[in-house]
Design a protein around this ligand. Structure first.
Ligand code: M6R
Length: 608
């Protein structure tokens, strides 16, 4: 979603702002813009569409000056257009502002400002901030921003510049991420650490209710009342992952192919003999975990599907009752907590607004929170009591692939760990399962080698209009994930169902024109799955079956078969995910979709 960059220093403002925006591109956006101050005037360039359009405009009409702000916008209020792109400006074109988040009370503020003769030129909620800063300005930009944010409701990170004080950027964080980069003779700010790392490894992570005033040789932090505060500087030791597509036409395909190595890396990091090592950010003691009464998992999208698989794992291995909730429901449903629950948040980005709000809801009730997060130093990991990192590297494609399988992997090991603490599984059973886990990378590789076959099947079904994905038991969430993958990148309607539920309604949709993807590896519910597939076949459905190597029965009933290696039932969602991802990928690519940046979607969903 929206990305912010800011720079004050002596480098070329065009290249610094553009380089930062390119780094934020993966978050998803539909328009962009930059602004700087030159000789007492504000210069603004904005475009609809891809960043390349902004780059072209800047090549033609570069900004000058040594201070500027930039923005990628993902539309919430007002269509994607040049007018609605940020920076937004005040009436006199003297104040420019970029914003990530949503101003919930923008409508009443706008009415108030219109009465005071402010002239609005966009449909955005953001523009009210520019006019409020103008209205509140009394010779001190910092004071006027503080006064302004005290009137705003919602979530926001903002950066403001003004021709009256051309040596500084004033920024404020409340609910959306903002990181300051400290340099020599230059200082920066961005929504994401990756946008700073070409310039510096010294960062300060801002918290909600904090303001920063950035000058070329000085950075000062303030609390919401304007009181000077000291902030801890962090040295980023890790390097940004290489984010080139290499030989692959899309990041998504590259990321699908990285899964073997990522799981192998996690096997090496997490399994130490017969012990588990969940990393340096995991702080729960065995005693604490042994006493927990139940688990509540909350997450969004693909991460929620991984959480759903977690429910099966925790209940089966550790006999710990587990609830799974979509974060946007969890946060508003006033959940009941009794006993000593552990709240788990799962998120690739670590910035998803609803998941973060769910954590805050849990913390407000004094509950312990464990998060599974991919992006280091993200807000979700910082606000949780403990974090297990996914170690999946940067995921650029909007469709989550490698983060998902790593989430399942971490959940699997954590469930085994809990089962040991709770005396649910015996040591030999745990050892056996650890052995199975170690075999997963090689099995993923075998599936990836079959990518061409999956492409052929995708070609056959690429014109399908309605797909049904079915599964049972631990692969019911896999069916949900298969459907989500297909719809989000191909724009083809797809729905996921527990196979046993088909006859309670959805079977009415079945005809020869509605392909069904049935997930039926060897498992405790295998026979039931076959019965469900037969029921669909007898109503004319075309069925693609994902099943286990060597299974002859599925060959007789399926129209097309994708084989995966045999594995322990509870590990099968990892293997099943690979053909589901490839199937969705090829259908989307064959239909000419923008696979890595599907329409209307953002990689990091920082607004609710
Ligand atoms: O970063 P998160 O894992 O918290 O994101 C959650 C969802 O927005 C995300 O999984 C989304 O559903 C993906 N586009 C799925 O591929």
């Amino acid at each position: 979603m929206c990305g912010i960059v800011g720079y004050v220093g002596n480098k070329d403002i065009n290249s610094v702002l553009m380089a930062g925006l390119w780094k934020l591109e993966y978050r998803g956006y539909d328009s962009s813009g930059v602004a700087s101050i030159v000789n007492g005037d504000l210069e603004v360039r904005k475009v609809k569409g891809r960043l390349m359009n902004l780059q072209e405009i800047l090549a033609d009409k570069p900004l000058s000056g040594n201070l500027g702000i930039g923005h990628t916008r993902w539309a919430t209020h007002g269509e994607p257009s040049e007018q609605n792109a940020h920076p937004q400006v005040d009436c006199k074109n003297e104040i420019a502002i970029v914003h990530n988040g949503i101003i919930e009370n923008y409508y009443s503020l706008k009415e108030e400002l219109i009465k005071k003769k402010h002239v609005f030129r966009s449909d955005t909620d953001t523009e009210v901030i520019a006019h409020l800063v103008e209205e509140n300005y009394n010779g001190d930009l910092k004071e006027s921003v503080l006064k302004t944010v005290s009137r705003l409701k919602g979530s926001f990170a903002i950066a403001v510049i003004s021709v009256s004080e051309p040596d500084k950027i004033v920024a404020y964080r409340f609910g959306s991420p903002l990181i300051v980069g400290l340099g020599k003779d230059e200082n920066l700010l961005a929504s994401d650490i990756s946008a700073l790392m070409d310039h510096t490894r010294r960062v300060v992570i801002m918290s909600d209710g904090e303001m920063v005033v950035l000058k070329r040789e000085e950075v000062k932090f303030y609390d919401k009342d304007g009181k000077n505060i000291e902030k801890e500087e962090k040295k980023i030791k890790w390097s940004p992952a290489t984010i080139q597509k290499g030989k692959f036409p899309h990041y998504m395909l590259k990321e699908i192919h990285e899964q073997k190595d990522i799981i192998q890396k996690n096997v090496n990091l997490r399994i130490k003999g017969s012990e588990f090592d969940f990393g340096e950010n995991f702080h729960f003691s065995p005693q604490e975990l042994a006493h927990l009464s139940h688990i509540v998992i909350q997450a969004c999208g693909t991460s929620w599907h991984a959480g759903y698989i977690g429910k099966y794992l925790f209940e089966d291995f550790a006999r710990v009752r587990t609830e799974v909730d979509i974060s946007s429901e969890f946060r508003y449903r006033n959940p009941v907590f009794d006993g000593e629950p552990l709240v788990m948040a799962i998120s690739q980005s670590g910035e998803t607004a609803d998941t973060l709000a769910g954590i805050r809801e849990a913390k407000a009730k004094f509950l312990k929170v464990l998060s599974l997060v991919n992006v280091r130093e993200s807000t979700i990991s910082r606000e949780s009591d403990s974090t297990i990192y996914l170690n999946a590297g940067s995921e650029i494609g909007v469709a989550s692939t490698k983060a998902y399988t790593s989430q399942i992997f971490q959940l699997y090991l954590f469930a085994l760990y809990l089962s040991r603490l709770k005396w649910a599984l015996g040591s030999s059973e745990i050892e056996e399962k650890i052995k199975e886990v170690k075999g997963i990378p090689e099995k993923i590789e075998r599936i990836l080698k079959e990518a061409v076959k999956i492409k052929k099947i995708a070609k056959k079904y690429k014109d399908g209009k309605d797909f049904m994905f079915i599964g049972r038991g631990i692969n019911y969430p896999s069916a949900l994930e298969g459907a989500l993958k297909l719809k989000e990148i191909s724009y083809i309607h797809a729905t996921g169902y527990p196979a046993g539920e088909m006859k309670h309604g959805p079977i009415a949709l079945i005809s020869k024109d509605s392909p069904v993807v049935a997930i039926a590896p060897q498992s405790s519910v295998y026979e039931k799955m076959l019965n469900n597939i037969e029921e669909l076949k007898s109503r004319g459905a075309k069925v693609i079956i994902i099943g286990s190597e060597g299974d002859k029965r599925i060959k007789e009933i399926g129209d097309d078969i994708i084989y995966i290696p045999l594995c322990e039932e509870n590990l099968s969602p990892i293997l099943v995910a690979i053909p589901l991802q490839l199937f969705a990928y090829y259908i989307a690519a064959l239909n000419g979709r923008d696979v890595d940046r599907p329409r209307n979607l953002a990689k990091s969903v920082t607004v609710e």
